[in-house]
Design a protein around this ligand. Sequence first.
Ligand code: HEM
Length: 258
Amino acid sequence: MSKRVTENAVDFPASGEPSRRVVAVYEQPVVIRWTHWLIALATFVLIGSGLQIFLAFPSFGPKIPQLNLVHFPQGFHPLAAGSWIHQLSLGGWLAGGEMWHFTFMWIFAGSGLVYLVYHAISGRYKATLFVPKDVPGVWPMVKHYFFLRRRPPLAQQYNPLQKLAYTVAVALGIIALLSGLVLFNPVQFSWLAAIMGGFHYARIWHFSVMCALVLFIVGHVIMVAIHGWSNFMSMLTGWKKSPEYVAAGIEGKQIERG
Ligand code: HEM
């Protein structure tokens, strides 16, 4: 006999002994799934169109007199005309890139807001937010992934390394939006520009955060691939098959009940 585990409760069948096999856990509520995929789509569009906008003036610092705040060795500018990076840009030309960027900026910001408000209201932040007590759990996970050591037992939905990655990703998203606001409206947000070191430095912040997000996405997608199909499907259907942490918890409950 099987039973289903929901996010909040373990449902035992009305009659008979509960089975020890966990079928699935409803891990990803519909709000999280929709906002996750909208944010993922928006992130890809924002990166491609942002690149298009940047390539219109591929230099950090004032234009007149031109002063580059970041120096690449002669002949090694990664964004020089003709480099493969131009193939990744979206929009065809500056105004095209801006149209994509300013449209998907709303999708990114709106979905991000819904994602954060849902976390705050539902208490889901307890599963995703990296807190000081997660610190000791990070190194064992790093050893597991990078030095092929045994995986520590999973006690919660996300392991400490995942929580760290998700919390950093959310922080990066927020900095991307704030620095974008400065670039979009430097007069109204002059106080924010000042915090970031001025308009030109806000541009460097915006670009650096994009690079960090690209690194997050590469690591995230590799991890999703490593964790298998059921894990991936949980972000589509909401349900994850037999996660280890719930199986362990249920065994404990059954012993208590028995
Ligand atoms: C095609 C690319 C992507 C795929 C296939 C993917 C897949 C997934 C999957 C399967 C999970 C659940 C992980 C688990 O249960 O262990 C997840 C969670 C998450 N992903 Fe992605 N993702 C992608 C892109 C992104 C992007 C671009 C971002 C952010 C910019 C992102 C941010 C997150 C966050 C914050 C979570 C945790 C969600 C929560 O529980 O609140 N993902 N992703």
